[in-house]
Design a protein around this ligand. Sequence first.
Ligand code: MN9
Length: 309
Amino acid sequence: MGNSIADFKGVIPAVLSVFDKDENLDEQGTRAFIRHLMSFDIGGLYLTGSTGETFLMNSEERKRQVEIVMDEVGGRLPVVVHVGAMSTRASIELAKHAESVGAAGISSVPPFYFKFSEDQIFGYYRDIAEATSLPMIVYNIPLAGMMTVDMIRRLSEIKNVKGVKYTGTALYEVTQIKDSCKEGFQVYGGCDELGSSNVALGVDGIIGSFYNCIPDLYIKIWQTVKKGDVEAASTLQRKALHVIMTGVNSGSMIACIKLWLRAAGIPAGYARRPFTNFTPDEQTRLIQTLIDIDEKDGTGLSIVQKIKK
Ligand code: MN9
């Protein structure tokens, strides 16, 4: 496994940020968590994105986290750094920093909050992409306003724009993007609920929140689709959905994934406010629900084995 964007394939966790109870970035926890993720056969790491609670962090913290992770990874896996920020200027600063510490690529959501025009969004990506020599993965996600297939095609013509992380649910757009963008343009599925379908459509990788806690199940899904066993893959995907929906419906998804990991002795820390981290009763119930799902589905999730120990 190399550490360039060409190797950024397969199951890729959108890495959680490890904060302690007082909301401080936890360096030792981050290192241990990265070592934990690297014990699975993952294809790379996607840092400081939505799942990393990036918009609850300042630029200095984001840079610090990237430095810690890059040091811990030591070139063994490709790392893509999400550099999206409210201003182009701030994003460029983060992009240059990512390049200086050896990231394999950068990524960004489009600028949001203000209603920017397509030309302004285009300018945002062009300016960041031109600021470094790194490949840029455009991040299409409803939270920041979905861009059309035409817009992605337009962006794909920028020299360093090399792919898209597509967190929509309109799967036909995945094939439209593949068909209409330049040769080699990489497409990553971003919706964990649609993991097996994305793999079946031939995405280069899947990047998501739940690969922090159930990477083993998704690696199995990836391999099962690749073997052509659609029926088995769909059974596994349904099982994954039971876990996802428990997290999503908990009302604090990132906190729930972190809770499960903590329960398994993996130092994933706590979610930052305004996210909440559950009362002791809710915590007990959410952990028990995960154990029950695993037993009922017979998945043998490694996280549950660790919780039971
Ligand atoms: O793109 C993630 N999206 C968000 C990545 O965080 C909004 C996904 O991995 C989802 O968290 C996941 C659960 O809905 O599919």
